[in-house]
Write a protein of this length. Structure first.
Length: 227
């Protein structure tokens, strides 16, 4: 009996990490499949965005919804993602977001300046605690979200805005939880789509230039849906 218990204990000790490894592997595989589906859908929408100018506004909105949804869901069940588009020399506007908590549509000047500086810096910034930044990027979107990833959104070398992924708990969003390469891939797609959908680009000083003198639709702020 004693020997059986020892054997059972040994097998349990071996099985527990093995099951955890198998579960983690399955979750990673499911995440890859889901991301592939999103990227495929976004690529298709971008193709239509380039060839159907009459549908730019609606297609851009769908692309932004998919990408912000993907960013938030990848970061965790409580995470939020919001894309603020560059508008004019020193302004940002909320274009789209995903989560039940709505980010402020109009940023206060201090927060707006901090995000614009991050956009112009071109580097993805991981903020462990937005209320204790320790000299690093400090901002708050007016609620209790404590950790964040701030990612500049560009089309080539032209700034298009900023993607903010945040979560309620401090130290929740790190490079271990959300890979920088993954965030960069999302921002490349988001920036390219934004430039294509608006028929304009924003120069390095943040001033938009309209191409061909035409007007184009803007994606309205909305809660993203991965549909």
């Amino acid at each position: 009996m004693k020997t059986s218990l020892i054997v059972f204990g040994a097998l349990s000790a071996i099985a527990a990490p093995l099951l955890a490894l198998m579960t983690a592997k399955r979750e990673r595989r499911n995440a890859v499949i889901k991301n592939e589906a999103v990227i495929s859908a976004v690529a298709d929408e971008m193709g239509m965005l380039a060839t159907r100018p009459d549908e730019k506004a609606s297609r851009l909105a769908r692309i932004q919804d998919r990408l912000t949804t993907c960013a938030a869901q990848h970061a965790g069940p409580e995470a939020r993602a919001a894309f603020f588009a560059a508008q004019g020399r020193r302004r940002l506007r909320l274009d789209t977001y995903y989560n039940r908590d709505t980010p402020p549509r109009q940023l206060v000047k201090k927060e707006e300046d901090a995000l614009l500086n991050a956009m112009n810096g071109k580097e993805i910034v991981y903020v462990k605690d937005t209320m204790n930044a320790d000299g690093n990027l400090s901002f708050n979107l007016g609620d209790s979200y404590r950790s964040a990833i701030v990612a500049p959104v560009y089309a080539g070398n032209e700034p298009q805005g900023i993607l903010v992924i945040d979560a309620p708990k401090a130290k929740k969003l790190t490079k271990k939880h959300v890979r920088e390469s993954y965030v960069r891939a999302l921002t490349h797609l988001l920036g390219t789509a934004h430039a294509m959908g608006n028929g304009e680009h924003v120069n390095r000083t943040g001033v938009p230039h309209q191409q061909n003198g035409g007007q184009s639709g803007k994606a309205t702020p909305s809660q993203g849906k991965d549909s």
